[in-house]
Write a protein that binds this ligand. Structure first.
Ligand code: ADP
Ligand code: ASP
Ligand code: MG
Length: 406
């Protein structure tokens, strides 16, 4: 009997009717002879609603208490889904992350899974129950509730699939697979049949939120067979798997974008050894992650230093720079939180020159100014003004021959 982990995202469990439909789907898989572990998200909008409530108390609530609050969203869904399964005559048992020993580190709001002791899940499966587990949450060594970051239920599902050595992990969501670009922005986007872990990792880290990046890391590390499917219609979805020959022929597999970016600049700092660390040290100390970095040399032995951060860290980042500006002898500090990052991704880029120039030319033709560039072996990213997001993504999608019907 094959064990399958099925994960249903927020929209898929967004109402009682939808939870009933999920129960029907689970029962169907059960009747096909599979053992099923279901991982669910909070009902759509619930995590944001809870965040809003805490925001009404203070913008600086304790991260520990925030995790206690946010984890309740998933707890509601596991209970409702188990009730729905039982009402339809299917034995089920629900568990919070802590109850099935999803042990994480103690970094509240973005905890990492360290270990899973799957005994309790295995016992319930042996008792012929469907096991329903709350996504997005775990417990640290001291017994505190932790959460895994937005989109973290994907990671719960893949980590459980790895720990239980499940045959497959199915991520059911509101699109019918991974597309060549976000189908909500590019209506010419195409569903991808198979994508390499490495490419999916890059797409996820560059903003394609269909899978949380850590879920792809786990899948790749433990070789979990991972498939993204629609909750609402039948179809093959997208298989995320090891790279194979057929994939190598594809030059560009997708266009990713990320709105969650902001740019910070400190102008006219002395161009001396150690300056980067004197700027980025305090930024790191403030727990702000830095993405792209550019340093430009001026003609008077001074330099402008620009980097990008999460949009949520923008204000704090500006404050930190203002705090060190005088001490570094800088001319000033500025920033922009109306920027986006657009990236082209493809393992085929490794063996092809000229992708970057093709990309820059296409953007120039549309009058889109590039503010920053960063490249790796399998991706090129640019930062542009937010107003060019749709135009930029669609232009690159068609430039690289990804449009439907090609
Ligand atoms: P869930 O609540 O099921 O976890 P998410 O909202 O987290 O769903 O992820 C699904 C969404 O990801 C889609 O609705 C889509 O807008 C977005 N998305 C972004 N990039 C892509 C992509 N390349 N392919 C498919 N979906 C994408
Ligand atoms: N409910 C959490 C979120 O909205 C986790 C998830 O849905 O994966 O981010
Ligand atoms: Mg998600």
């Amino acid at each position: 009997m094959a064990l399958i982990v099925q994960k249903f995202g927020g929209t898929s469990v967004g109402s009682i009717e939808r939870i009933q439909a999920v129960a029907d789907k689970v029962i169907k898989s059960r009747k096909q002879g599979h053992q099923i572990v279901v991982v669910v998200s909070a009902m759509s909008g619930e995590t944001d609603r809870l965040l809003g409530l805490s925001g009404e108390i203070s913008s600086q609530v304790s991260k520990r208490e925030l995790d206690v609050l946010l984890s309740t969203g998933e707890q509601v869904t596991i209970a409702l889904l188990s009730m729905a399964l039982e009402a339809k005559g299917c034995a089920a048992e629900s568990f919070t992350g802590g109850q099935v020993c999803i042990l994480t580190d103690s970094v509240h709001s973005k905890a990492r899974i360290m270990e899973i002791d799957a005994q309790r899940v295995s016992k319930a499966l042996e008792d012929e129950k469907v096991v329903v587990v709350a996504g997005f949450q775990g417990i640290d060594a001291d017994g505190n509730i932790t959460t895994l970051g937005r989109g973290g239920s994907d990671t719960t599902a893949v980590a459980l699939a790895a720990a239980l050595e499940a045959q497959e992990c199915h991520i059911y969501t509101d699109v019918d697979g991974v597309y060549t670009a976000d189908p909500r922005i590019v209506n010419m986007a195409r569903r991808i049949d198979r994508i390499a872990y490495e490419e999916m990792l890059e797409m996820a880290s560059l903003g394609s939120k269909v899978l949380q990046i850590r879920s792809v890391e786990f899948a790749s590390k433990y070789n979990v067979s991972l498939r993204v499917l629609s909750s609402f219609e039948e179809g093959p979805g997208t298989l995320i798997t090891t790279e194979d020959k057929s994939m190598e022929q594809v030059l560009i597999s997708g266009i990713a974008h990320n709105r969650d970016e902001a740019k910070l600049t400190i102008r006219g700092v002395p161009d001396t050894p150690g300056i980067a660390s004197r700027i980025l040290g305090p930024i790191a100390k403030a727990n702000i992650e830095v993405d792209m970095i550019i340093q430009n040399i001026g003609d008077d032995k001074s330099t402008n230093f620009t980097f990008t951060v999460h949009r949520g860290d923008y204000k704090r980042g500006l404050e930190v720079l203002q705090g060190i500006s005088e001490e570094l002898g800088a001319d000033g500090v500025s920033g922009d939180d109306n920027i986006v990052k657009i990236s082209v991704v493809g393992v085929g880029m490794r063996s092809h020159a000229g992708i970057a120039s093709q990309m820059f030319e296409a953007l120039a033709t549309e009058g889109i100014n590039i503010q920053m560039i960063s490249t790796s072996e399998i991706k090129i990213s640019v930062v542009v003004d937010e107003k060019y997001l749709e135009l930029g993504v669609r232009t690159l999608h068609s430039t690289f021959g990804l449009d439907k019907g090609n």
